[in-house]
Ligand binder design. Structure first.
Ligand code: ZN
Length: 388
């Protein structure tokens, strides 16, 4: 036996154990680690977001439900387009591999039984545990990082929450700890809420926060999605085409080299479209230790829009559902003049800055002038009156 590689790997393991968690992302630093925040993703809490993410899909049948769709139809509704989305949004860096097990596992209680309450960690885990126990003989869970449970249509399974557990707090099967699961409910049968829901929930598994608002005071869609509209699947997911560049950095699909962080002075920055995944993808202007303006080239869809520059504010101190990212629109929505866009994209469909327009925050001493660039990109003339 050669002991040198063994020693080296032991040293590497010790160094890894002692290495502090990364706290900084693109010049911002969270005052404290935030679960599902916009700071760096904690690798101890979430599976890697590059490489192959292996999931098994199981089907749970509640006795008080109905079988509206075949398991194959549900799988079709949820998986193939989501896998394509991850492939393309990650520039080929994340492969979602889902193995379906086409068998209905009968649940012991009715879907409305509080012991399946998915809003509470313990009962949510109990629900997953029951399905895992039923499937254990047929499935080797040590092969999978993530479990998707799809329930039959039933009165108690109206939503699709994500289950994330800290190491040691998950459930066990086949000598393996299961720490990540999504339990899909009736909502995935709605038009545009199938694979898009899988993308949203898997985003949580990978450490991304909710960008829609948890504020229940005015529960209309326009208000719930006032922070980011359709610009990221963690907001209004139905018609989102891409994660924001900030999320792509968090996920490791873009590197620091794809970002131009400007902390002082004046600069010209040439941005390429986010879909290219090459060149400079986003401009970052930190305005405090925890907040930055970010600009990137986007459009909602080929059919609905020409590309332009999207500008938003990121806060690494804000929690999930509390506006950790807020789009700063070039124009306020005029829903009366654009009923189709308002219906499809809900909010901020007129957010893009066009060539010739300017974004300015006088208090922060920041100005971004938008110019036409090369190859469909944009040139940003950035001026910082105050250093950061
Ligand atoms: Zn969510």
């Amino acid at each position: 036996m050669n002991f040198i590689p063994l020693l080296l790997s032991l040293v590497a393991a010790l160094l890894f154990m002692q290495a502090p968690l990364p706290q900084e992302l693109l010049g911002l630093k969270a005052p404290a680690p935030i679960f599902l925040g916009e700071g760096p993703t904690d690798p101890a809490l979430h599976p890697p977001s590059t490489g192959t993410l292996k999931a098994v899909m199981l089907f749970a049948r509640f006795p008080d439900g109905e079988e509206d769709l075949a398991m194959q139809e549900l799988h079709q509704l949820l998986v193939p387009q989501a896998a394509e989305f991850f492939e393309s949004a990650s520039y080929g860096k994340l492969k979602l591999e889902v193995t379906p097990r086409f068998q209905w596992y009968a649940m012991k209680g009715s879907s409305t039984d509080p012991s399946y309450d998915c809003s509470k960690h313990d009962t949510h885990m109990g629900y997953v545990q029951e399905v895992v126990a039923a499937a254990d003989e047929a499935v080797d869970f040590s092969d999978y990082e993530l479990i998707y449970v799809v329930a039959n249509k039933a009165p108690g399974t109206f939503n699709s929450p994500t289950f994330n557990a800290h190491g040691g707090d998950g459930l066990r099967a086949d000598g393996h700890e299961i720490r990540h699961a999504v339990t899909f409910g009736n909502d995935v049968r709605g038009k545009d809420w199938g694979w898009q829901t899988l993308v949203h929930e898997t985003g949580h598994v990978l450490g991304l926060p909710d960008l829609y608002s948890y504020d229940p005071s005015q529960g209309v869609y326009k208000n719930i999605h006032r922070h980011t509209g359709s610009w990221d699947p963690m907001g209004f997911q139905c018609h989102s085409r891409h994660y924001l560049a900030w999320h792509k950095r968090k996920l490791g699909w873009l590197d620091d080299e794809h970002f131009e962080v400007v902390t002082n002075g004046s600069r010209s920055v040439d941005l390429s479209h986010i879909e290219s995944g090459s060149g400079t993808t986003a401009l970052v202007l930190p305005i405090s230790q925890t907040e930055a303006y970010v600009a990137e080239v986007r459009h909602l869809s080929e059919k609905h829009q020409e590309p332009g520059v999207l500008i938003y504010k990121v806060s690494v101190a804000a929690h999930s559902g509390r506006g950790p990212i807020q789009v700063l629109p070039a124009k306020a929505d005029d829903d009366e003049a654009n009923p189709e866009m308002a219906k499809r994209y809900i909010a901020h469909y007129d957010a893009l800055y066009r060539a010739g327009s300017t974004f300015e925050d006088e208090q922060a001493g920041v100005q971004i002038q938008v110019r036409t660039g090369e190859s469909g990109g944009f040139r940003l003339e950035v001026t910082r009156a105050k250093d950061r």
